[in-house]
Ligand binder design. Structure first.
Ligand code: VGL
Ligand code: ZN
Length: 204
């Protein structure tokens, strides 16, 4: 068993688990709600080890450049303060540190590191390794993982706790491949802990 031993320097980073990205939301990710149960288990695990939890959110102004009405690729979603921008009900986020991104009208930011100061925040707290999970695999998870790796963090990717938009059918698979090639390690929940997702690791 390749169990992952959690300790000082570890943190959980949950990417954009917001109502608009769930089925029925304005930018609903297919099976996006399937990430919620494993994310709650991950939160539990990190709390049990007294390790910090970070959660990013897409937090756009009303006329954001990524919206179709402004010439962007997406329907209106995650407008700051709206119901759709709320975290998914049922997630036990209590004491998670919230990171808001893409908050200005003329810039989009898929990565939780883009324009948020998250790199410094994590370094100041001595974080060296992240488990990343959330929505969506092919946009915000992908860009967050690539930035985390570029900044020198070790990245464990919780593969059961991510889902893709799949504008093109294999976008999620290709994003996953890209993250693994750059050095993210796939992990899954097993019993009360995390183990390397060997099937995926071998495929990478
Ligand atoms: C996202 C599309 C537009 C995401 C955010 O969180 O993956 N995708 N804005
Ligand atoms: Zn967005």
């Amino acid at each position: 068993m390749s169990a992952i031993v959690l300790g000082g320097g570890d943190a959980l980073l949950i990417v954009d688990p917001q109502v608009d990205f769930l089925p029925g939301g304005s930018l609903g990710v297919p099976q996006g709600d399937a990430v919620l149960a494993p994310i709650n288990r991950l939160i539990d695990l990190y709390r049990t080890h007294a390790l910090p939890v970070y959660v990013s959110r897409d937090w756009h102004p009303a006329l954001h450049c990524s919206f179709a009405g402004q010439g962007g690729p997406w329907p209106v979603h995650c407008v700051a303060g709206s119901d759709g921008a709320r975290f998914a009900p049922g997630l036990q986020l209590d004491d998670a540190v919230v990171v808001s991104k893409a908050t200005t009208v003329d810039v989009d930011a898929y990565s939780a590191f883009n324009g948020t100061g998250l790199t410094d925040t994590l370094r100041e707290r001595g974080i060296r390794r992240l488990v990343v999970c959330g929505l969506a695999t092919d946009y915000c998870v992908l860009n967050t993982v690539l930035d985390a790796l570029a900044a020198g963090f070790d990245v464990l990717l919780a593969t059961e706790a991510i889902r893709a938009v799949n504008v093109k059918a294999d976008d999620g698979d290709r994003a996953l491949q890209q993250m693994l090639e750059r050095g993210a390690m796939p992990v899954r929940l097993a019993g009360t802990g995390l183990v390397a997702d060997l099937a995926l690791g071998a495929a990478a």
